[in-house]
Design a protein around this ligand. Structure first.
Ligand code: ADP
Length: 592
């Protein structure tokens, strides 16, 4: 055994071709071989069965055809016999001269009758039709041909002769019918039946040419007809075609015993096995046998044709099953795909709604937090000035009229004033934000000078800046820029921004700079203060939001200023954003 590491998994493989895999291979091969043997055996059995069935059907069919041909010939002979019997009746009272007209009619209307004649009561042939085929004037007694004539006269019954070679060629039989008039024997009317003609009519087409032949023999085995061997007429098959103890001789002797059946024989002339079906013909005192003989290979060809059709049928069925199955699989997989897509889409939608719900939830939580924060800030912001006012009032009441007290009184009144102002600002801010949110903040829009607004805002903050020692730089005096806006609200914005800048700058400077960007005035209020962390840059514009820092807490405020600024600027169709670097200052950029 060798150990090898594949994809980090340790596997064991046999060195020699023995255990695991070989064993499996062997089983697979054995199963395959067994399957082949079973299929081959099954095929063999089926083949045998199909062969037997086809052969059985084939010989049955052959026998039916033979029987049909025999019935045809029998009917023909009986019909011709009856015709001559009727004729005998009709001519009974006619003179020999008049008989010819009857004979002509019957002759021309009935195929297979080669001549009709009449021998008078003395046995002399007195008339006939066609004249050239009847030996008129022949005396049957003088020529010793009177045997059949005598029998007809003596018995009063129709006679038929054994087939014989005809002068005009072919083979034929004579039918003789005694003629009576008022019970007086008048003579015998006779007709010659051309057996070769009738055989051609009833037997020639029974087996298609090239697929076999038909023959008819007498009870002593002489050929009356053979579609393949015309030269055999009148001759015996045994001796000509086969020896006495051959398989064919056996069949021929069966035929000569007035039996019907089927069989096989080896045809020595063609060197192949043939299938034969035979059936007897009975006409008066004659018994003949009609047979069809077909090469055995015809059955093989038929079996193969059956196989070909079966294979074609199976192939079509398999193709239909495969195509149908394939289509069903395709349809199902398409449905499946559509279903998957739908499920995926629904899942996506659900995920989206979930995310939206989560963010709405977060927003709600944030709002809740802001609300709590507002309550605490507002109460603190409201309470602080009130406390200061209350304390100042208490001290004021206790003051006397001394000069020192008068100074203290002035300081206290100033404190009261400042705190009232502070509370006023807070209430104003709350009102503003509420109006912005409800969309009821009104703007008094008019043409104004932007620089003028900035200068006014700076002026109002100058004292505080000076007190903190922070310089405020603006664009040079004399600049003007006409815009449309609400003067007081815009001043409110800049005052707020400058106120914030002063609040969050310990030392340094504040700059206010105006420039035109893409046709719009852009005002930048920058400071050198503590700066704002990047994650807070957007959030500081939310109401009540304050950056959590010591300085913010120290500086106080409500977190409403920037929210109001944004409301006012957006109310003017502008925008405001913050840029900052912590520790290096902030800049608030307004685009109008
Ligand atoms: P308030 O100033 O009343 O707290 P604002 O809405 O004006 O409310 O400001 C929100 C917060 O933004 C402030 O609390 C502060 O944390 C931050 N901030 C605003 N302006 C500046 C600035 N110029 N420098 C640093 N931080 C600032």
């Amino acid at each position: 055994m060798v150990r090898s590491l594949q994809n980090g998994i340790e596997s064991q493989q046999p060195v020699s071709g023995a255990p695991v895999m070989s064993h499996k291979k062997f089983i697979t091969l054995a199963v395959a071989a067994l399957l082949i043997v079973v299929v081959a055996w099954f095929g063999q059995v089926t083949n045998q069965e199909v062969g037997d069935i086809v052969q059985q059907q084939f010989t049955q069919q052959q026998l039916l055809l033979t029987r049909q041909a025999a019935v045809g010939i029998e009917g023909f002979l009986d019909e011709r016999t009856a015709l001559i019997e009727v004729l005998a009746d009709e001519i009974a009272d006619e003179s020999p001269e008049n008989m010819t007209a009857y004979f002509r009619t019957v002759y021309s209307r009935s195929k297979g009758i080669s001549s009709i004649g009449f021998a008078n009561s003395e046995g002399v042939i007195v008339t006939g039709y066609p004249v050239e085929d009847v030996a008129i004037g022949l005396d049957l007694y003088a020529t010793k041909k009177n045997v059949s004539f005598d029998r007809a006269r003596d018995t009063g019954e129709t006679y038929t002769t054994n087939p014989m070679l005809l002068v005009q060629g072919g083979i034929g039989s004579h039918i003789g019918v005694p003629v009576y008039s008022d019970n007086e024997f008048k003579g015998v009317v006779f007709a010659t039946i051309d057996i070769s003609t009738l055989s051609d009519r009833y037997l020639a087409d029974v087996i298609p040419e090239g697929h076999g032949h038909v023959y008819m023999i007498t009870m002593i085995g002489r050929s009356l007809y053979d579609s393949a061997h015309k030269e055999m007429i009148g001759k015996k098959y045994i001796g000509s075609f086969c020896t006495n103890n051959s398989s064919y001789a056996e069949i021929l002797s069966e035929q000569m015993q007035e039996t019907e059946g089927t069989g096989y024989y080896f045809d020595e002339s063609s060197g192949e096995w043939r299938i034969v079906a035979y059936t007897p013909i009975v006409w008066h005192n004659h018994i003949w046998s009609v047979a069809t003989s077909v090469p055995a290979r015809e059955v093989g060809a038929l079996v193969h044709s059956v196989y070909r059709k079966q294979i074609l049928f199976i192939t079509i069925v398999i193709a239909i099953i495969l195509a149908g199955g394939g289509s069903i699989v395709l349809i199902f997989s398409r449905w499946n795909r559509e279903l998957e897509n739908e499920v995926e889409k629904t899942t996506e939608d659900l995920k989206k709604s979930n995310t939206e719900l989560e963010s709405a939830n977060t927003k709600l939580k944030e709002l809740d937090r802001l609300k709590s924060e507002f309550v605490s800030i507002a109460s603190h912001e409201l309470k602080t000035p009130l406390t200061a006012i209350k304390l100042s009032m208490d001290v004021l009441r206790s003051l006397s009229g001394s000069e020192k007290d008068i100074r203290t009184k002035d300081e206290l009144l100033e404190i009261v004033d400042r705190n009232i102002e502070r509370q006023n600002r807070l209430v104003t801010d709350l009102l503003d934000i509420s109006r912005i949110e409800t969309g009821t903040l009104k703007f008094n829009l008019e043409p104004v000078d932007l620089y003028d607004i900035i200068r006014e805002s700076v002026r109002s903050m100058r004292d505080i800046a000076d007190r903190k020692g922070i310089s405020i730089h603006t664009d040079p005096e004399g600049e003007t820029l006409a815009i449309t806006g609400d003067r007081d609200r815009l001043v409110q914005v800049f005052v707020n921004l400058i106120g914030n800048a002063l609040k969050f700058t310990e030392k340094g400077e504040i700059r206010i700079h105006v420039q035109m960007v893409a046709g719009h005035p852009e005002i930048r209020v920058s400071d050198t203060g503590i700066g704002i962390p990047p994650e807070e840059l957007d959030r500081i514009f939310d109401k009540f939001h304050q950056v959590d820092s010591g300085l913010t807490r120290e500086a106080g405020g409500t977190g409403l200023g920037l929210a109001i600024c944004r409301g006012i600027i957006e109310g003017h169709g502008g925008s405001i954003r913050a840029e900052s670097e912590v520790g290096h200052g902030s800049a608030f950029v307004i685009v109008l």
